[in-house]
Design a protein around this ligand. Structure first.
Ligand code: MET
Length: 503
């Protein structure tokens, strides 16, 4: 590899970073509700099947692509074949968009650590969040005013993230993850133990885990399982390609994929237990059924949890633990998303880490700060998140598999590459999972979500708003990617760096 490429200091450093990227907001606020709504305890079966047939095999593929070419997605896909370079830029563009809004959610959580003291949301957590805190407009539209209470924590988040990224792979990303991830596990474990000792916890857990076996006959339950695995493992963003490009030559790729995959799912199930024990307490306190208090995403974190925190003894401590966990889980994921874009530009231009971080990271931070701490910020965030997930990540993953597996027929090349240095060899099952099973499932998911999209407007938002904040953003990411891939690589530096990257 090129002598100047950065490297992880140790295998555990890479693993902490890979797990840090995977464990994010999705584990804490998405998994519990998805499992509950799709068969409860029975959901664990399709979930495990999705992990084993798509999650871990795709992780191995992404690790192998990054490790073989020692490049971030655009340069790695360019080595694979000239036209596939656009796929790499597509992933980088998707990361640009996601980073811009993911940072805002972390900023909210930062602010809510402070609000936990004295439970400042009062009796109406919903009104406090959307009204007092976000000062959200009644309806989605163009941004018309700034919200200082979001702006300042957002600037702080970006300063922390850019400083860590500027310090580089070993001194920045690796050290941050080795510190943040153990801290997250400790904080979250205390939170789960506290939640399990609340009145009503058992009812919550019963709600989550009581199996509804009939759900297994329902196609949409299987789609939900694969969707959760893709999102939760950060597959299709190019993150794992980027992180693996900093591995040393002799690295156990399949073993690392198993460790990262199971660690991520383990944390996810722990989060399910913590969240549902807490919801069980809330249901008991309000004298209603668990089904009446289930929520996910922004509503769970910033409305339901504050409400419960106000109802429990020592709520402040619980709030601090919960929102700090969100911040830690979010930061380590955000770092990985921004790193994809920085590495892509570095490989392309030969820029050093500091100028690339300031230029690229700074540009994402500026967009993030300009768009999201506004009265319409939450609507733009919600629409962009939905469309970029459905028609960015999932579609990009499908096209990567079609290109690598079917058009170029290179899966065996990566199988051989992984087997050269890995402890657990990849057999034929790996080819079958990635060549047939996963593309079929992803294709089905795509048709399924397109159907829902045209059946009714997402969240009932006005069509004109969805056209720019949703479809527009997703299409722009694709367009920018194609244009970037068509530019000639003029810089002699980057071409040399690219050549040196072959092994
Ligand atoms: N895996 C992350 C999560 O669960 C999402 C992608 S960010 C790398 O939140």
């Amino acid at each position: 590899s090129s002598p100047s490429r950065e490297q992880w200091g140790s295998r555990s450093g890479f693993l902490f970073a890979a797990i840090g990227s995977a464990v994010g907001l999705g584990n804490i606020w998405r998994f519990p509700a998805v499992a509950y709504e799709n068969g409860g305890g029975a959901f664990l079966l399709p979930y495990l099947v999705a992990l084993l047939t798509a999650g871990i095999p795709l992780l191995v593929l992404e690790y192998s692509i990054g490790h073989k070419f020692r490049k971030s997605p655009p340069a790695a896909f360019r080595r694979l074949s000239r036209p596939t370079e656009a796929l790499g830029w597509w992933q980088a563009a998707i990361c640009f968009v996601i980073a811009a809004y993911y940072a805002v959610i972390i900023a909210w959580a930062v602010r809510y650590i402070g609000y936990s003291f004295g439970e400042q949301w009062g009796k109406d957590a919903n009104g406090f969040f959307f009204g007092n805190f976000l000062q959200a407009a009644e309806k989605p539209g163009l941004m018309s005013s700034y919200v200082d209470g979001v702006l300042w924590p957002l600037i702080a988040v970006w300063v922390v993230v850019l400083v860590i990224l500027a310090l580089g792979i070993r001194n920045g990303i690796e050290k941050a993850n080795k510190f943040f991830i153990p801290l997250l596990v400790v904080f979250f474990a205390i939170l789960v133990v506290r939640a399990l000792t609340l009145d009503g916890a058992a009812r919550g857990l019963d709600g989550l885990f009581r199996p509804d076996w009939s759900a297994l006959g329902n196609g949409s339950v299987w789609v939900a399982a694969y969707g959760q695995i893709f999102f939760s493992l950060s597959i299709g963003f190019g993150i794992m390609i980027t992180y693996a490009s900093y591995l040393r030559k002799r690295s156990d790729l399949t073993g690392s994929a198993m460790v990262a995959g199971f660690a991520n799912s383990g944390f996810e199930i722990l989060a399910g237990i913590g969240v549902f024990a807490t919801l069980g307490f809330m249901a008991a306190a309000q004298g209603v059924g668990v089904d009446e208090v289930v929520s996910s995403g922004i509503g769970l974190a910033f409305v339901a949890f504050p409400t419960v925190i106000s109802q429990m003894p020592m709520g402040t401590l619980f709030g601090v633990l919960f929102f700090t966990s969100l911040v830690l889980a979010g930061l380590t994921s955000l770092i990985s998303i921004v790193e994809v874009v920085i590495a892509a530009v570095q490989d392309r231009t030969g820029l050093g880490r500091l100028p690339a971080t300031l230029g690229v990271g700074g540009a994402i931070a500026l967009v993030s700060i300009a768009v999201f701490p506004t009265d319409s910020g939450i609507y733009v965030l919600d629409a962009a998140d939905h469309f970029i997930n459905q028609y960015g990540i999932a579609l990009a993953a499908l096209i990567v598999l079609i290109a690598v597996g079917w058009l170029l027929r290179r899966l065996p090349v990566f199988q051989k590459h992984a087997n050269e240095t890995s402890a657990i060899p990849l057999g034929r099952w790996w080819l079958i999972c990635l060549g047939i099973v996963t593309p079929l499932v992803l294709g089905w998911m795509m048709i399924d979500s397109l159907r829902a999209e045209f059946a009714e407007n997402y969240e009932g938002y006005p069509t004109q708003f969805l056209l720019w904040a949703g479809w527009g953003v997703a299409a722009a990411a694709l367009l920018v990617a194609v244009l970037l891939s068509l530019l000639p690589w003029r810089s002699a530096d980057s071409e040399t760096a690219l050549e040196a990257g072959t092994d």
